[in-house]
Ligand binder design. Structure first.
Ligand code: FEO
Length: 396
């Protein structure tokens, strides 16, 4: 528990969760943080709270800065319980005059905490609030990534408190992005985007256009998870622009699960064919790679090749799990193909093709099935499949 003054009279008072390892199916293998910010001015304002088990950390941190009862307003940029779980107890401790949130935020808070008598003050894009020397401007960011989400912008300081956007699930003792290893930071930021925001990429594009139209400049971006972007915050904005465009690289993923290594042998043959065409290939055995790490690789992949043995007239459970997860995140601009070994019924390839068609992944090929163990000729056909996908990638 500690606080840090991140700008004049603006403190980080959040909590670091070193131990969380799963966030709704996303592997948070390096933990996360729940960031909360306390502005001291003529009106004292707390921006977002923390997950419920960290309520005492937040209260302790607030007390290191000021008496909680001196907090005048609480801004709820986002209602998901990792940011509002502590709110009921914080309200009892602070007794603020007002809770600022979007209309959807008010509805969601009532649906979560069942108290319509909280002192709600509903705001919308363009509304502002004077804290004294500072002005807070609100910007609704619906579906980034809940309907209630919004940003708070400290106008005079050009500081954006950005809710979930621009965040990373990464627990660190450092609070600023410029204090940690940049490639690792961007790997966490990309994983966060791929697993949480990819589905809403068109909203991200619209939001970035709105930010441009409003002429908003950012000297600092303070997300609700992970590190604060203090130096060159435009780097993460540019990364969001790139990721949300979903323009693929010359990269293919072979995502597979095998039963007796026949499908794995086929996967190696497919990889060989892709390599012949100069494609960067990543082999992703679903027994060894977490679905959320594969999603990070999906972000800039052009081709997705799915391999599965047939099990009980279906595909392998790991493949079904990943395809369901992928469908929810709705990737764009992908081509694909399926392959797999079978014993007698052999439905997996057909089922994987159907799942890809549902996701609007353009099928390059009807797919390749091999009975039991691949022969040399079968492996040559796998190489040929990889090469056909590689050639299709060059055609755009
Ligand atoms: Fe970090 Fe959507 O909650």
């Amino acid at each position: 528990m500690y606080t840090i003054e991140i700008a004049d009279n603006l403190h980080w008072v959040g909590a670091v969760d070193w131990n969380i390892r799963d966030f709704h199916g996303y592997s948070t293998e390096r933990g996360t943080t729940y960031n909360s910010f306390l502005l001291q001015d003529e009106k004292n304002i707390l921006f977002d709270t923390v997950k419920k088990p960290f309520t005492q950390d937040l209260l302790h941190n607030i007390r290191r800065v000021m008496d909680p009862e001196k907090i005048d307003y609480i801004v709820v940029n986002h209602v998901e319980p990792d940011h509002s779980g502590a709110l009921p107890e914080i309200l009892r401790a602070c007794r603020p005059e007002k809770i600022y949130c979007s209309l959807n935020g008010k509805k969601a808070l009532v649906a979560h905490y069942h108290d319509e008598n909280w002192p709600f003050e509903v705001v919308k894009t363009g509304d502002s609030l004077s804290a004294g020397k500072r002005t807070i401007q609100f910007l609704e960011t619906r579906m980034l990534h809940w309907p209630d989400s919004m940003f708070s912008y400290l106008v005079e300081d050009k500081i954006l408190i950005s809710s979930d956007a621009f965040g990373q699930h990464w627990a660190t003792s450092e609070r600023f992005a410029d204090q940690v290893d940049e490639p690792e930071l961007f790997r966490h930021a990309a994983k966060y985007y791929a697993n949480i925001l990819l589905l809403f990429s068109s909203h991200v594009q619209k939001l970035l256009a709105t930010v441009g139209d409003l002429g908003l400049e950012f000297k600092m971006i303070c997300p609700d998870h992970g590190l604060i972007w203090r130096e060159n915050p435009e780097k993460i904005v540019a990364a969001y622009d790139k990721w949300s465009r979903q323009e693929p690289a010359n990269k293919a993923l072979i995502i597979y699960d095998s039963m007796w290594q026949s499908t794995e042998k086929m996967a190696r043959g497919v990889a060989h064919g892709l390599l012949q065409e100069g494609v960067t290939v990543k082999m992703m055995d679903l027994k060894l790679n977490h679905r959320s790490d594969i999603m990070t690789e999906v972000l800039d992949a052009r081709a997705l090749l799915f391999g599965s043995a047939t099990l009980n007239n279906g595909m392998m459970p790991n493949v079904a799990d990943f395809m369901m997860y992928l469908r929810g995140l709705s990737p764009a601009n992908k081509i694909g193909a399926a392959f797999g070994s079978y014993g007698w019924s052999g439905e997996a390839v057909k089922l994987m093709n159907e799942r890809m068609q549902e996701m609007k992944i353009e099928l390059v090929d009807e797919g390749l099935r091999v009975k039991f163990v691949p022969t040399h000729e079968d492996l040559a056909a796998c190489v040929d499949l990889g090469a056909r996908v590689g050639k299709a990638m060059k055609q755009g």
